[in-house]
Ligand binder design. Structure first.
Ligand SMILES: [Zn+2]
Length: 81
């Protein structure tokens, strides 16, 4: 009974006899259409994560560039004497 529970696809709540029939179902249009918006959502989450990482790296980059500018200014003022 517990094994059969695992072989129900959430897209249609139908039971599948074994892994092979379930896999076959996963390649069917009905399942793909059901899965499509979920995949899009997953991709959107991934994109958001990349965007956040990129924004974070840009902030660090800006911080380092500012520090570099300050060091250069300091160096210039030191060599002007
Ligand atoms: Zn399905």
């Amino acid at each position: 009974m517990e094994i059969s529970k695992c072989l129900v696809c959430p897209c249609n709540n139908k039971m599948y006899k074994n892994n092979n029939t379930l896999k076959e179902h996963h390649h069917s249009n009905i399942h793909m259409v059901w899965e499509y918006p979920r995949r899009i959502k997953e991709l959107e989450i991934q994109i958001k994560r990349y965007e956040n990482n990129l924004a974070h790296e840009k902030r660090i980059n800006k911080l380092l560039m500012n520090q570099l500018d300050k060091l250069e200014e300091f160096h210039e003022s030191e060599t002007n004497f």
